[in-house]
Ligand binder design. Structure first.
Ligand SMILES: [Zn+2]
Length: 106
């Protein structure tokens, strides 16, 4: 067994490409490094999720003017109502009140 533990940087690189046979052999037998790899993989996944979430929640820069101009039109569907409600963590009725929208005629 290889005595030296690879650095986190080396482990991270290995996680990305699995192209280092000596690390392959080491992590197969080293509990400590397999735990470190778990942490790295989790951190990487969290980072990707956060990036995806941030880009999903971040409106395009021109969204606000368009929303102001066409707010009723854009919110004229239950799907978008539900989405807004989820975003605000509020109920549908609360969202309707917050947005000062007319009652749904349907
Ligand atoms: Zn190790």
């Amino acid at each position: 067994m290889i005595s030296r533990h690879p650095s986190k940087k080396v482990l991270g690189q290995w996680l990305a490409d699995h192209a280092t046979p000596s690390v392959d052999q080491h992590v197969a037998t080293c509990q400590r490094c397999s735990v470190a790899l778990d942490d790295l993989a989790t951190a990487e996944t969290d980072g990707l999720l956060q990036a995806a979430l941030a880009s999903a929640l971040e409106p395009p820069t021109d969204l606000v003017p368009r929303l102001e101009a066409r707010v009723v039109e854009r919110l004229d569907s239950r799907r978008v109502f539900g989405y807004m409600a989820d975003l605000f963590g509020a109920g549908l009725e609360t969202t309707r009140l917050l947005l000062d929208l007319p009652e749904d005629e349907s």
